[in-house]
Ligand binder design. Structure first.
Ligand SMILES: [Zn+2]
Length: 322
């Protein structure tokens, strides 16, 4: 399999849909979906996804480079691996999504949206990931869903971890630190993200990685992503996680700003960066007689966006964990 990204972007099936290298067999499972299975049995399964938002191209290019290195035998493969380019139709147009945000639809939430390309894609991705993880129920399951953020950030790279009742595995959190994440944000409530789906349904150790700013194909400075790319290459090769890195700061989501209708006003400028702090008691947003304020301690904003569709998240407020 050469040119997986190129064939995805041109909406054409590859010439061959299966094959093998000295390390693994591979199968093309559909547009933007490729499964790699090592010849030697392994008890580890990794879903590596990018391009769930079609304007977030850098992680897509990074995954494509990794895939090229795997196919060339430059990196050994010691995981069963499912590579996913999330929203090919949106990638082709360079838009975040065509009809609705794919990363709000997982866990069956796509049924609540009007039928469109994205609802069909969410259903297909859920089915594909389910089959992949269920193939070996004893396997250790990981899902790394890679994005770039819309706005600037006080932390260049960070991870958002879905709500999880079981404790987080220390080796997973260590790997996220070694991959260059400066902060980890822990959700307390379920959501419609791809990473939440894998965590909830398969107890996968899952994380949404935010790796810098969204730019068009060709404009990405991939050197900014070098630490993450190196950590991914050693992960796939089954090498131990590097130990020399700065431990990420930890934050917990404590409230969500939700836009219900057109009266919603967010008291943050368009330039407000992710992780900007707000003093206790600050008015954050208003809508009719409803208002949102910070509580008794400093809070930090994540993903502020007043222009979302009604009922969706216009921002998350976080507190720092010790
Ligand atoms: Zn994204």
């Amino acid at each position: 399999m050469k040119h997986f990204l190129a064939s995805t972007l041109s909406a054409t099936a590859p010439l061959a849909t299966r094959g093998e290298t000295p390390w693994f067999r591979w199968r093309w499972l559909g547009e933007g979906i490729l499964e790699l299975s090592p010849h030697q049995p392994v008890a580890r399964a990794l879903v590596l996804s990018a391009g769930i938002h079609g304007n977030e191209t850098a992680p897509v290019e990074m995954v494509d480079h990794l895939l090229t290195a795997l196919m060339a035998g430059e990196i050994p493969l010691r995981w069963r691996l499912l590579v996913i380019f999330g929203n090919p139709a949106a990638l082709r147009t360079g838009k975040r999504y065509l009809q609705a945000d794919l990363n709000r639809m997982f866990g069956g939430r796509w049924r609540q949206f009007p039928q469109c390309d994205e609802t069909a894609r969410a259903a297909l991705l859920e089915e594909t990931v389910s089959r992949f993880f269920l193939e070996d129920e004893r396997a250790q399951c990981w899902h790394l869903d890679m994005h770039t953020a819309i706005r600037g950030s006080h932390h260049l790279r960070f991870g958002v971890l879905p709500a999880r009742s079981a404790p987080w595995d220390a080796s997973f959190l260590q790997w996220l630190g070694a991959a260059g994440l400066e902060a980890l944000v822990f959700h307390q409530h379920p959501g419609g993200t791809f990473s939440h789906f894998s965590g909830e349904r398969f107890s996968a150790l899952a994380c949404t990685l935010e790796l810098g700013k969204a730019l068009p194909f060709g404009d990405n400075n991939l050197s900014l992503f070098a630490t993450t790319a190196r950590a991914l290459a050693s992960l796939l090769a089954g090498e131990p996680t590097a130990t020399c890195y700065t431990a990420p700061l930890r934050y917990q989501v404590i409230q969500q700003l939700t836009r219900h209708d057109s009266r919603f006003t967010l008291y943050m400028s368009a330039e407000t960066r992710n992780f900007t702090s707000f003093a206790p008691g600050t008015l954050l947003a208003e809508e009719g007689d409803r208002c949102w304020r910070t509580g008794d301690e400093t809070e930090y904003v994540l993903f502020p966006n007043p222009d979302v569709a009604p009922g969706l998240r216009a921002g998350l407020m976080l507190k720092r964990l010790p």
